[in-house]
Every structure is written in structure tokens, then in C-alpha cells.
Ligand binder design. Structure first.
Ligand SMILES: [Zn+2]
Length: 97
């Protein structure tokens, strides 16, 4: 007697938002250009996905720095530090940590 039970697809009733899709929309999220549904979706994904959250934090930091340096001259050292940390996070993400 074989009991071939193909489990019903209970899991994944709501398809998880794809990471690349989220990262593509993070910029709009930062600019508050997403509607409420979109924002909730991104926010939910960021709550559960570490790499995306790290990326989002980074984008937000850069955006804040850029906005601040619009009135002042951005110090060269700061720019380089930001670019360095962007690279580090990208390396972490591609490693899947
Ligand atoms: Zn993700």
C-alpha cells in the first residue's frame, strides 16, 4: 500500500515578495512614491529579510547624507566611507549572509 500523499499547497498561500523586486522598489519606498499597499509589502519583506533590510538602511543613510550635503559641500572622506560600506554590504548579500 503506497500512501502517495501529495500535500496540498497550504504553505506559500501568499507568495513572498521577491528580493530583487523589493530592492528595485526600495528607492520608490524611500521617496514615498509607493501607494499604501506597496509600502506595506516592502515593509513586511524588510521585517523578514535581513539582507534587504541592510540594503534599505544603506540606501536611507546615503539618501540622508546626500540630502544633507546638498546645502553643504560633501566631505570627500565621507563619500568614500559611504561607498566603501555600500561595497561591503553588497559583498555580504552576494555571499548570502
Ligand atoms: Zn529580501
Amino acid at each position: 500500500m503506497s500512501h502517495d500523499q501529495q500535500g496540498p499547497s497550504v504553505q506559500g498561500s501568499t507568495p513572498d515578495t521577491d528580493c530583487s523586486e523589493v530592492l528595485g522598489r526600495v528607492f520608490f519606498f524611500l521617496d514615498n512614491e509607493l501607494d499604501q499597499a506597496g509600502c506595506a509589502e516592502i515593509q513586511h519583506h524588510l521585517d523578514e529579510c535581513g539582507p534587504c533590510l541592510a540594503r534599505y538602511d544603506l540606501e536611507r543613510t546615503v539618501k540622508t547624507l546626500v540630502a544633507r550635503s546638498c546645502s553643504e559641500v560633501a566631505p570627500e572622506g565621507l563619500r568614500q566611507r559611504v561607498q566603501l560600506s555600500i561595497r561591503q554590504v553588497q559583498i555580504q548579500i552576494s555571499r548570502g549572509e
